[in-house]
Design a binder for this molecule. Structure first.
Ligand SMILES: *[C@@H]1O[C@H](CO)[C@@H](O)[C@H](O)[C@H]1NC(C)=O
Length: 217
């Protein structure tokens, strides 16, 4: 049996003034660019992600906690997912004291190339408040397209082909590994802490693979 889990904490830069045309850099027609941006009413500050690959099935599952602050009162959190199955019943929202607050009214996926996943709440999230959004169960495909969280193969010293799960989060690929606010301006600085001692934490350069800790049994 192969067990592998990766615990990643991503500390994101505070977001400075947002350019409504930020996406034009990567080739969106200007007139469409604004529609492709997530609503700016929620700002993530910390991601804690656990991913567990199943090499035989070429799938993975995971859980995530995202610390968010509310920039403008809203009754929904919109983030990105791509080819992920999210268990709606596993979603919860905690306040700063860790108490469960607010009920999920529903979720929806945009079903277009914006890849927006919307979580609607029974009550509003109030401007200025900080919450932890927990998505305790989601799953995806450990793809072989070198994108997101993917399956790679390599040959070891004895000439055996071994499987490896690794990541590629350039541009819009992180949403393929876990639900996130996957816009380049939000991923300016990412620190990987994993489940390693703090001195092993290091900044991750966007586009470079995570130095994932892996234990194969
Ligand atoms: C993946 O799913 C298994 C089986 O349901 C569960 O025991 C495990 O905790 C999950 N892993 C993560 C990282 O969520």
């Amino acid at each position: 049996m192969i067990l592998l889990s990766v615990v990643i904490a991503l500390v994101l830069n505070s977001v400075s003034a947002q350019s409504p045309l930020a996406r034009t850099e990567i080739g969106q027609p200007k007139s469409l660019a604004a529609d492709y941006l997530l609503p700016s009413n929620i700002k993530p500050s910390l991601y804690e992600v656990e991913l567990e690959p199943n090499f035989d099935a070429a799938t993975f599952n995971g859980s995530i906690r995202i610390t968010v602050s509310v920039v403008a009162t809203t009754n929904a959190i919109v983030l990105h997912t791509y080819q992920l199955t999210v268990e709606t019943a596993s979603i919860s929202l905690l306040d700063v004291n860790g108490a469960v607050v607010n009920s999920i009214a529903g979720t929806s996926f945009s079903n277009d190339d914006r890849q927006f996943y919307t979580i609607s709440f029974e009550e509003v999230l109030v401007e200025g408040n900080v919450y932890t959004l927990i998505i305790d169960s989601f799953s995806g495909i450990l793809n072989s397209q070198n994108d997101g969280f993917y399956l790679a193969r390599y040959t070891d010293e004895e000439g055996n082909t071994r499987k490896l799960a690794t990541t590629q989060f350039e541009a819009t690929s992180a949403r393929r590994a876990f639900p996130c606010f996957d816009e380049r301006k939000l991923f300016d600085t990412i620190f990987v802490t994993e489940n390693w001692p703090p001195h092993n934490s290091k900044p991750l350069v966007p586009g470079e693979p995570f130095p994932a800790s892996m234990n194969q049994h």
